[in-house]
Write a protein that binds this ligand. Structure first.
Ligand SMILES: [Zn+2]
Ligand SMILES: [Zn+2]
Length: 271
């Protein structure tokens, strides 16, 4: 009897662990619906993923598998994707936010294993960042609906004293408003959100880097308040180059609607 009950306990334990693993890592698009997985970031914790400066997110939305940015190191991108059970060889759409190395390092590898997959890049993107073969690369300006309910917003950093920099932001049209995925937000998160609100004034969530590492706390607080009060952004999930001070300010404004996103974070998004 004792032996049987131990066996039963063992079975139950194994079953529970298997079930937990399934819940945490279940990869199939049709089973889990729409979600965002942070594949590459220097913040957060994940047992099997390596933290590193840079950004990449894997998005399953409207039947498409989207890779947004490709991190700072191809091997780390591969390792983290494997840990998240993301098949980098089965990507439907690649979006590169901007040319900086910490967003583009894995691009040549991704193009190698997904030769037919469309790649969207900013208009001034240099081919040396990709490869000399331009087939399947599309350079974007303005706002584009690249697939049903999937938009890409192009914005320009155009400040005196800084070089001009074009950046792409992903915007997903959900039943509860837009979900934005930003790379570094070099043109300014407010400018990006302003452009996004022309697609849909309801903004559900913003992921990615906000580039506020050197911005004073007071100014960040103002930006957070504008996002919350003027643009009615409901939730915020900053990462990458947002900065600790900015995270603190966003948390104080958004409170329960501040999502602690980092490496390995998986967040369900509505249809
Ligand atoms: Zn950048
Ligand atoms: Zn960056």
């Amino acid at each position: 009897m004792r032996y049987q009950s131990l066996q039963l306990i063992k079975f139950k334990t194994v079953f529970c662990i298997a079930l937990m693993q399934f819940i945490v890592t279940a990869p199939a698009l049709s089973e889990t619906g729409n979600r965002i997985t942070i594949l590459y970031d220097s913040i957060g914790e994940h047992a099997d993923m390596q933290k590193d400066w840079g950004f990449a997110a894997y998005i399953e939305f409207a039947g498409k598998r989207i890779l947004f940015d490709t991190g700072n190191n191809t091997d780390i991108l591969k390792q983290n994707s494997k840990a998240a059970k993301v098949d980098l060889g089965a990507i439907d759409i690649v979006v590169i936010s901007h040319w900086h190395r910490d967003h583009t390092a894995g691009l040549s590898y991704i193009r190698e294993i997904n030769p037919e997959t469309p790649v969207y890049v900013p208009v001034n993107f240099s081919t040396s960042n990709a490869d000399p073969n331009e087939i399947s690369i599309t350079r974007l300006t303005k706002i584009n609906e690249i697939s049903q309910d999937i938009f890409i917003i192009s914005s320009l950093r155009n400040e005196t004293g800084l070089s001009k920099l074009q950046e792409l932001t992903l915007a997903l049209q959900t039943s509860q408003g837009l979900v934005l995925v930003a790379g570094c937000s070099h043109p300014g998160i407010q400018r990006i959100v302003e452009a996004a609100s022309k697609i849909n004034p309801e903004i559900l969530n913003i992921f990615g880097g906000f580039h506020l590492l050197r911005t004073p706390a007071k100014k960040i607080n103002d930006i957070a308040s504008v996002l919350r009060d003027d643009y009615k952004v409901r939730q915020i999930a900053p990462g990458h180059c947002t900065g600790e001070v900015a995270n603190r300010e966003f948390l104080s404004i958004f409170q329960n609607d501040f999502i602690h996103a980092g490496i390995g974070t998986v967040i369900q998004i509505p249809q």
